[in-house]
Design a protein around this ligand. Sequence first.
Ligand SMILES: Cc1ncc(COP(=O)(O)O)c(C=O)c1O
Length: 359
Amino acid sequence: MSHIHNFNAGPAVLPAEVIAQIQAELPNYHQCGISILESSHRSKEYEALNQRAMERVKRLLGLGDSHQIGFLQGGASHQFAMLPMNVLQPGRSGAYVLTGVWAEKAYEEAGRIGSAHIAASSKPDNYATLPAPAMWQVAPDAAYVHITSNNTIYGTQWATLPTASQPLVVDMSSDIGSRPIDASNIAMIYAGAQKNLGPAGVTVVAIHNDFLAQMHTNVPTILRYQTHLAAQSLYNTPPVFSVYVLDLVLAWIEALGLDNLAARNAHKAQLVYDVIDQSGGFYRGHSAVDARSQMNVVFRLPDADLEKKFLASASSHGMIGLAGHRIIGGLRASLYNALPVTSAQALAQLMQEFQRTHG
Ligand SMILES: Cc1ncc(COP(=O)(O)O)c(C=O)c1O
């Protein structure tokens, strides 16, 4: 189905090479005579795979022995609760920078478990901007500052990750592995894999040793980060197939080179933003220009009827996943790592053509 341009927001497009490799080695993983789906998570093949994937994540994020990696289940939403459970001791509060609905959800979960406060919010701008770090109000009892690096629904992204006075926790679900970052001083990163790094079912977590060491243990075993990230062996059955695909996508990124991939991602986004900017207001981007996301381009047409027609036209050109999130409507083009440049070109061309015929 190579004629499909997959702009889904997640689960999302995977590299064609990875799909082909999964297909080729599915019946007989690494000459074991069985598929990876049927392998024990205690087998030497899976242990090697799990270890390899953790090392690749560390390389991707530029991390060394300072951080531990875990592959957890329950999605990024699970992390919204697990983080405060593990970190918010009595007398400590979680500081949240609200830049979208996912950040709101993370904040609400923290409030159900302990004390949480809003350090800054761009809600009054309908999340079209990002609050300047100099204006954040982080309470003195903050145990961490939580941010979202890319706001999937509103199409905003921190061009460079802000720093914080307290340990920084980053929900990187929709831009992990899309560009080089300096993560060495980040206390914790978490990201559902299903946008940039692989399939649904696995959430990548990286935690700094110091942050991990401070976590309290009065938490059910399965919900403790230390159970999963500080132990010598796997505590329970991990999502084996999802980790397998994650490893293949990470290998694909390494082969391409993260700098090349980042340049490619920037180019794809530019193709679409250029059409918006040159459309004389026919297309209107949601995000403020200086907060634009390279992962999710969120935009509107002059009215709902034209948006419907545009979606129908896109569909007839093999373009799927372009309807905006139900919270804000309009259009959203998700341009994750595995989306080919040709798909972004096809979308840019269709947008120009559509304006010519309907503008
Ligand atoms: C930035 C961000 N955080 C969290 C989530 C929730 O992820 P999950 O569905 O894996 O719980 C999403 C989902 O799209 C997201 O985009």
